[in-house]
Design a binder for this molecule. Structure first.
Ligand code: HEM
Length: 173
């Protein structure tokens, strides 16, 4: 029972951050269809063909899909897994890891897409020749952010597999 309460306390964080992500993603979606913003995004190559691509769809899609849907799906999985399998979650520590890696990954992903999208979008209309100087940093920074998210997906998958295949129903670590 105590371990279930500890698990639920962690799962609450998934739920709250999922709700916040849907909120941010929805406000983002509303803003990007407003005519002046839409016109600017179109002028910088959204949805394909220019820096606007980073703002719409990339930042928008990942905030809603990874921040909103994936965090919710992970929460539901960790909640249902013990009920459906009759086994304790293999590791509550790994649940914590999953939360932080995915959350830091997706929020850094969003911030990077927005910063580079707006920065390069402004440059496109003023100093287009400088875009390549700025874009040099995009790849390495995104690789760190994307890898952070991916680590969270891996710890999630590992915990699900280890729970389903475990023999013990004792206290989780
Ligand atoms: C480690 C996790 C992830 C990373 C590093 C990642 C990274 C990326 C990148 C770099 C792109 C852009 C590709 C391009 O420019 O053409 C992309 C596109 C996309 N991703 Fe993710 N992604 C991840 C997880 C997810 C998940 C879990 C979902 C959905 C649940 C998702 C939904 C999408 C969608 C819908 C697009 C296409 C957007 C478009 O129309 O261009 N991603 N992703």
């Amino acid at each position: 029972m105590a371990s279930t309460n500890i698990l639920y306390r962690h799962l609450l964080k998934f739920l709250v951050l999922s709700a916040l992500s849907f909120f941010i993603g929805t406000i983002h979606g509303m803003l990007q269809v407003m005519p002046p913003i839409r016109a600017w995004l179109d002028s910088i190559g959204s949805p394909y063909g220019g820096p606007g691509h980073m703002i719409d769809p990339l930042a928008h899609a990942h905030m809603n899909l990874v921040g909103g849907v994936v965090l919710l799906a992970m929460c539901v999985t960790f909640y249902l897994l013990p009920i459906l399998s009759g086994k304790n979650i293999y590791s509550v520590k790994l649940v914590k890891h999953t939360f932080w890696w995915v959350s830091i990954g997706v929020y850094s992903f969003y911030i990077i897409q927005m910063v580079f999208g707006i920065w390069e979008g402004i440059l496109l209309h003023s100093n287009a020749q400088d875009i390549s100087t700025v874009h040099r940093f995009y790849g390495p920074i995104m690789a760190v952010s994307g890898t952070t998210m991916a680590v969270g997906f891996c710890t999630f998958f590992a915990n699900v597999v280890l729970t389903v295949t475990s023999v013990s129903t004792g206290e989780p670590s």
